[in-house]
Design a binder for this molecule. Structure first.
Ligand SMILES: Cc1cc2nc3c(=O)[nH]c(=O)nc-3n(C[C@H](O)[C@H](O)[C@H](O)COP(=O)(O)O)c2cc1C
Length: 700
């Protein structure tokens, strides 16, 4: 290992608990050992999740949060000790590996409560809040420090009042729940959270707390709830039982549903750095032993959940600053990189490194670092596509589909949190497999199939692997996507699959395989409008085939279109975005942290956006739009089309009477499968998942 990483592998202490190194696995929902629904108890398969990680040189594990009270009915977790039972063996195994474990206990979300669309109408007319059946959601979930606070995900929904009686009940429950955690064998607890705009943070901040009782007004009053919790836990569990606090150093918030972006000058409505310097002293004084830090609120969610647009190590300097105001250790989080964390620890500027999504993506990350195998680490690209895939629509609700509510999984590593669903053992009847197309879908199929023992040939018609992901990764802020491409190429090379570059397949039968997998991708969609031939495709622009002028109009305000606009703005150019719907980056499955950061960046860079607008024609020097306000002509020197893709149909067969392609299932004696965009245009998530699941299917 490079000696510069050595500071990461020195012991440190939280209270009297010694931790073997400075790597902390951050809490992530989906990695919870206790479910919020007390009766369902243990999360299926989570033992396997931790077995994959417990011997991978992580010093401290903090699983995803345990709410004090269930969302449905009124079941306090501390009144159900049975739910801790299944966690005990896993805790023991973690201890046997030499690591420590803290459980995170949550007061809840307050106005940040995630609001699935299906519930919105019921909540809006207060049916769920008023009903007395134990089957409906408890009032705790709809309460915030102030009555009538707007819910983050849908401001039309107003919250109820969190009374001082409820506070006393919560403080007591925190003590009892911490005791249950201690009895289950954990080394400490973490309180969730004066952080990210959750309930306790709403109490702490002036813009969400206008109370005139003992819990409002001065900073000490606003922190009283959080301070009472730690005192109660110490009283019940003992002074030397460590209590950590999840803490946002600064809120980075301009207002409700308005976040600040890095480098922006703005007026803070939440916790400013000056206030934070005092707050951390008050919290230390109350008894907290550790501060697990980053920045943000749900109004500026991307600081706590930094997407690809957030600079690496986004919160490090603020965490380093706040450490000067406490004698207790601090952990930093948020796209934190090993070199920067090691240097910061070496200089005593932080105490430990928080790692979240990277450990979903590659459980062996730290071991690979220690063994000097850095190039084998599968890099997290901060997409949130399977760990946190909920979009927020400009404060007008969400795209959350409760039937597909998933958290804590990983786009790049489908195994994560599916350990009991998938298998890794060698294929029972190894087959000869031909994969056509060397994009991500083709590479993933080939890698997985070769690992399972199949004989694999991959055919790529061009001279490069990666397909359209090369263009997707081209933007200047996508350094991790570029690393991912390198990772895929290396992994493919090591997998044993035979790769045939510059080889176009037209005759499937000539492949003489048992299984043929078509992974030939998609083609950019065209616009049928007068003059549209003057426009260039997003793919050609990103591939460097055409340059964009100073005044570029991007037609299509989805993810790629907005990313291109941001890239051009970073170059000092003056792009504009045209979008036919009412939202930028409105697609289902994109995390709100990603979509809001992109929107806020376009706002900050003053990129004009035309919503509910359609391009009617493209002339030599303008685009003519139909907008709700009438016809608008935008002068332009370049028009980039980013309006989606259509599947490559070369092997898709004839159309049936409904116009659908009748995809052949066999070619001669070979079975034929379609993976990725050539089947149905999707996302990186759908492409990788399909490839992965296909290999699962053909390996049994
Ligand atoms: C799927 C997911 C769930 C999360 N759940 C929690 C949680 O339960 N409690 C918490 O304090 N933070 C939670 N976070 C925030 C992470 O702890 C962490 O701070 C964040 O992912 C940034 O770190 P990273 O860039 O290393 O991933 C969650 C993050 C993700 C991606």
């Amino acid at each position: 290992m490079d000696p510069k990483y050595e500071p990461l592998f020195t012991p440190w202490k939280v209270g009297n608990v010694e931790i073997k190194n400075r790597i902390v696995m951050l809490p992530m929902e989906g990695t919870n050992m206790i479910q919020w629904e007390a009766k369902t108890g243990f999360v299926k398969g989570i033992g396997e999740f931790y077995r994959d990680r417990k011997d991978q040189n992580i010093g401290l594990f903090i699983p995803g949060l345990i709410p004090l009270i269930s969302i449905v009915g009124e079941k306090w977790v501390y009144q159900h000790p049975e739910v801790f039972e299944p966690a005990k063996p896993v805790i023991r195994e973690i201890h046997e590996s030499g690591a420590k474990i803290f459980f995170q206990i949550s007061a809840g979300s307050g106005r940040s409560m995630l609001l699935p669309p299906i519930l919105r109408p019921f909540v809006k007319n207060r049916f769920l809040k008023k009903a007395s059946s134990p089957l409906v959601m408890t009032k705790w979930w709809w309460s915030a420090p102030d009555p009538d606070e707007p819910n983050v995900w849908d401001p039309d929904v107003k919250m109820d009042y969190f009374t001082s009686e409820m506070i006393s009940r919560f403080v007591y429950a925190f003590g009892q729940t911490a005791l249950r955690c201690k009895e289950a064998g954990v080394d400490g607890v973490e309180i969730h959270a004066v952080h990210e705009g959750y309930l306790l943070d709403q109490f702490a901040m002036l813009y969400t707390n206008h109370r005139d009782d003992a819990y409002g007004g001065t900073l000490s009053n606003r922190l009283r709830f959080a301070c009472e919790i730690v005192r109660e836990i110490k009283k019940v569990c003992g002074e030397d039982f460590p209590v950590s606090l999840r803490y946002s150093v600064c809120s980075k918030t301009r207002g409700f549903n308005e976040g600040a972006v890095p480098g922006e000058e703005y007026t803070e409505v939440g916790r400013s750095m000056e206030e934070s310097e005092q707050a951390i002293r008050i919290l230390e004084e109350a008894g907290y032993d550790l501060f697990n830090c980053d920045n943000g609120t749900y109004d500026a969610w991307y600081w706590a959940h930094p997407p690809v647009y957030a600079p690496l190590n986004i919160n490090l300097s603020d965490v380093e600053h706040i450490k000067k105001f406490t004698t207790k250790p601090v952990v930093a989080a948020g796209r934190l990189q090993f070199s920067e964390a090691a240097e910061s620890i070496a200089h005593g500027r932080i105490d430990a490194m928080g790692l979240g999504r990277q450990l979903l993506c590659d459980p062996e990350t730290v071991t690979k670092l220690l063994e000097d195998r850095m190039d084998e680490i599968r890099p997290c690209i901060s997409c949130h596509g399977a760990c946190l895939p909920f979009n927020g629509l400009n404060g007008k609700g969400t795209d959350i589909d409760p039937m597909h509510l998933e958290m804590g999984r990983c786009v790049l590593n489908p195994w994560t949190n599916n350990e009991t669903k998938y298998r890794k053992d060698p294929a029972r009847h190894p087959k000869k497999i031909a994969v056509i197309g060397g994009g991500i879908g083709g590479m993933e199929t080939a890698i997985q199939a070769a690992i399972r023992g199949h004989q694999v040939d991959l055919y790529e018609k061009s001279d490069r692997l990666g397909g359209v992901f090369n263009e997707a990764a081209a933007m200047s802020f996508k350094e991790k996507d570029k690393e991912l491409l390198l990772w895929y190429r290396q992994k493919l090379e090591q997998s044993g699959a035979v790769v045939h570059m510059n080889t176009e397949i037209t005759d499937l039968e000539s492949l003489q395989a048992d299984i043929i997998v078509a992974a030939t991708g998609a083609h950019p969609r065209k616009l049928r409008r007068p003059g549209a031939e003057r426009a260039v495709t997003a793919q050609d622009f990103l591939g460097g085939k055409v340059q964009a002028g100073d005044h570029t109009v991007i037609i299509g305000g989805g993810l790629t279109g907005c990313e291109i606009a941001y890239e051009l703005a970073l170059q000092g150019k003056h792009p504009a975005v045209v979008e036919m719907t009412g939202f930028l980056v409105g697609a289902r499955g994109i995390c709100m942290a990603n979509s809001t950061m992109l929107r806020e960046l376009l706002r900050y860079h003053k990129v004009p956006t035309y919503l509910n607008a359609t391009a009617e024609s493209v002339t030599e020097d303008s685009v003519v739009l139909k907008t709700p306000e009438g016809t608008v002509t935008i002068p332009t020197d370049t028009v980039i089309l980013s309006v989606g893709y259509t599947p490559d149909r070369q092997f898709a067969g004839e159309k049936d009477k409904n116009g659908k392609h009748r995809k052949p299932r066999t070619v001669g004696s070979a079975k034929l499968y379609f993976v990725g965009d050539c089947d149905q245009v999707g996302s990186l998530k759908t492409v990788i998942k399909q490839a992965y699941e296909l290999v699962q299917e053909i390996s049994y």
